[in-house]
Design a protein around this ligand. Structure first.
Ligand code: ADP
Ligand code: ASP
Ligand code: MG
Length: 448
């Protein structure tokens, strides 16, 4: 095969039968598209996280399971010949109900991942049927056979060489004859236990498969016509960007542009695979092409926001001239498997920020972490912040680049400022009630 494209469709793109039909047409319009990666239908993973995380009564569990069933069956019922798919879907729905009621298994991260995988397993089955109905030679392929990860359930780290080996062995031979429809987000560890890649991980799956199969392009089809100067939900002045570099896209994704999972650009960069982002509802409108280099490197490219940040400040007079204090603090945080984002230090204190989104399956800062930290220092935990970041290029190379940014921020309280680790972003921790206005003001100053 000469050209290979991987197409990934997000939750809203596979939310219902009509949306799936749009996606199927996109797949069939490009002969190079031989692998399709789908997310769970919109809303399903959130229901599954609720089922996995909370202490629910039996009737609450039944209600959530019913909500999911409703979404899946509505798609099934619109197939012209649903008989075969119905049998397989009923099996998956029974498995889901059983897992959701098994409270003992759900106490472990491993049990939760089994349940979380159900959304993609059902949507990929249904999407395969839609493609077949339109005349495509599609087959449903279990991603867990290929996406091998470590055993960190909830946030598996992919094993790149195992994935390449499995993909070449199990997928490549089939591609000439078939279109493989597989699940984003899910994988399996060395013991073949189901793992997941973290929320929004289907983009990452698509990029990993593109890398493993030596694809030239990877398309991320979603509900917006590309990557914008900022989240179009924050301001209607946001505009789509025709081109981005890998580095810019990676910074944007890291700092909250939800349209791409933070790790998506890593495989693309390793194998120089061009990534496209566009809308499955309006494919004719084009989208953003992300490549190694793009024409220009503006000082300001985009403004991003990451919500639900917690700021932890640790303080001890003994930090003064005391070697090893920081390593103790980070050691405790690492022991609790929490990942730290921003760090600033003063003479006797260190502040750091931690991501704390409500629907996450990742470890959050909890009482035990705080107690452990209190053994060595004073600890303050503040919630209710968002992180706003200006992403750009070479901000260090000319006077005045930051003054425009601060000009836009003159009426806002800034709780923390981070700049310097690289010259391509400047981040501000601000009160969550104020962050939309901060983004809007920055956008106006830098892009309008
Ligand atoms: P999918 O379900 O297709 O993966 P997501 O909801 O994960 O879609 O990502 C698409 C959403 O990302 C958009 O609806 C938009 O609100 C949000 N978003 C945040 N920042 C940006 C940005 N800079 N450009 C485009 N979309 C963005
Ligand atoms: N379904 C998963 C989620 O909602 C993965 C994804 O959509 O990318 O997080
Ligand atoms: Mg997404």
């Amino acid at each position: 095969m000469n050209m290979l494209n991987i197409a990934k469709f997000g939750g809203t793109s596979v939310a219902n039968f009509a949306a799936m039909q749009n996606c199927a047409r996109i797949v069939m319009a490009n002969d190079a598209t031989r692998v399709v990666v789908v997310s769970a239908s919109a809303g399903v993973t959130n229901y599954l996280v609720e089922l996995a995380n909370d202490d629910l009564t039996e009737s609450q569990i039944d209600m959530l399971v019913k909500q999911i069933e409703k979404i899946e069956l509505a798609i099934l019922e619109q197939l012209s010949d649903p008989a075969e798919t119905r049998i397989e879907l009923q099996c998956l729905l029974s498995e889901l109900s059983e897992l959701a009621h098994n409270k003992v298994d759900l106490l472990s991260a491993e049990g939760k991942d089994g349940l979380l995988s159900m959304g993609e397993r059902m949507s990929s089955l249904l999407f395969t049927a839609v493609l077949k109905q339109l005349g495509s030679p599609a087959v449903n392929f279990d991603a867990r056979r290929v996406i091998k990860t470590d055993s960190q359930f909830g946030q598996g780290t992919p094993d790149i060489s195992a994935i390449e080996q499995q993909a070449q062995l199990l997928m490549t031979p089939a591609l000439a004859e078939q279109v493989l429809v597989t699940q984003g987000f899910i994988g399996s560890d060395a013991n073949n236990k189901t793992t997941t890649l973290g929320r929004g991980g289907s983009d990452y799956t698509a990029a990993l498969l593109a890398e493993a199969l030596d694809a030239q392009t990877c398309e991320i089809w979603t509900d917006v016509i590309g990557v914008y100067t900022t989240d179009p939900r924050i301001t209607d002045k946001a505009r789509p960007l025709p081109e981005l570099s890998f580095d810019e896209a990676a910074e944007m994704a890291t700092f909250g542009a939800k349209v791409l999972h933070p790790a998506t650009m890593v495989p693309a960069l390793r194998k120089n695979i061009r990534v496209f982002v566009g809308s499955s509802r309006e494919p004719e409108k084009g989208g953003t092409w992300i490549a190694k280099d793009c024409g220009d490197e503006p000082y300001y490219r985009a403004v991003t926001r990451r919500k639900d940040q917690v700021m932890v400040t640790v303080k001890t007079p003994s930090m003064l001239y005391a070697p090893g204090f920081l390593s103790q603090v980070f050691g405790i945080i690492a022991k609790h498997n929490i990942s730290v984002d921003l760090v600033t230090t003063s003479e006797i204190s260190v502040s750091l920020t931690i991501d704390n989104p409500p629907n996450s399956v990742r470890n959050k800062i909890n009482q035990k972490t705080i107690e452990d930290l209190r053994q060595i220092c004073e600890v303050t935990v503040e919630e209710g912040y968002d992180l706003v970041t200006v992403v750009g290029n070479n901000m260090h190379s000319q006077a005045g680049v930051s003054s425009r940014i601060f000009n836009a921020l003159q009426n806002h309280n800034l709780r923390m400022i981070c700049y310097g680790a690289n010259p391509h972003n400047m981040s501000f921790l601000v009160n969550e009630n104020n962050s939309s206005q901060v983004v809007t003001d920055l956008h106006q100053e830098l892009f309008e």
